[in-house]
Design a protein. Structure first.
Length: 252
């Protein structure tokens, strides 16, 4: 339930705390504490907390996930690569949601969607193992019908559409990417998938994505962490949630 709309959720905000951990790790200190960030984000209106335990542990550490899991009042959305190490770890922690993502050691951030169709059997095995532990599985994919069909075939009920290309472009190219996302949302919803979205969204480009009616949740991190330098962490979360909800309600 949205704190801005007590009669029900209009659109959920998943706050990604990865880059709070990035700041901490830059100096090898204990601060800023991503656990505290997660709990404060909940108080400020976050509907879930998203964090990516990468294979190289460049930001979130195993200990962060373990410490945070029992403290959340909302739910944990754990992003993980399709590797046996990560799937086994997730099954031990049992977050509410696991979002399976592509991962390359050399990338600065996730560069595109998971190729579900091209890695069908590995993804299917991961989905089955996670679901056996009562974990809802989401697949982070591009807005491509073949990938959505493959998602349904492997048994995952949720997709998160990659909005990075939309976020990284301008003008006519951005409009074309927005239309691609819109078509993807429509197709996914028509096939019975819960449709989330995220990547690269910030305070001046999120509106067009948030306005798409069938998107259930947006996962946003870097922009909120960056904005919090100037306005404070809780204010940054509140502002993003307010923009999303007011856009969905048509009060831009």
């Amino acid at each position: 339930m949205s704190f801005l709309h007590p009669n029900g959720t209009i659109i959920d905000l998943g706050v990604n705390i990865d880059h709070v951990a990035t700041l901490r790790n830059a100096r090898g200190t204990r601060y800023p504490d991503p656990i505290r960030a997660a709990l404060l984000a909940e108080q400020a209106g976050a509907d879930c907390i998203t964090l990516h335990l990468r294979e190289d542990r460049r930001h979130i550490k195993d200990a962060d996930v373990i410490a945070l899991a029992p403290q959340l009042l909302t739910r944990m959305n754990l992003e993980a690569a399709v590797t046996q190490e990560m799937i086994d770890f997730a099954c031990r922690i049992k977050p509410a949601d696991v979002c399976l993502v592509p991962e390359k050691r050399t990338e600065v951030t996730t560069e595109g969607g998971l190729d579900v169709a091209g890695n069908f059997h590995a993804v299917q095995a991961a989905v089955k193992q996670l679901q056996a532990e009562g974990i809802r599985v989401s697949l982070f994919i591009d807005a491509d019908e073949a990938q959505m069909d493959a998602t349904i075939a492997v048994g995952a009920p949720v997709i998160e559409l990659h909005t990075g290309r939309y976020a990284d472009t301008e003008g006519a190219e951005q409009q074309a990417e927005l239309e691609r996302v819109r078509r993807g949302v429509l197709y996914g919803a028509s096939r019975g998938l819960k449709v989330n979205a995220g990547h690269g969204l910030h305070y001046t480009n999120v509106q067009a994505i948030a306005a798409i009616p069938d998107i259930a949740e947006l996962n946003i991190g870097h922009a909120i962490v960056a904005h919090s330098v100037f306005v404070g962490w809780e204010n940054a979360v509140r502002e993003m949630k307010a923009i999303m909800v007011s856009t969905r309600l048509g009060r831009q």
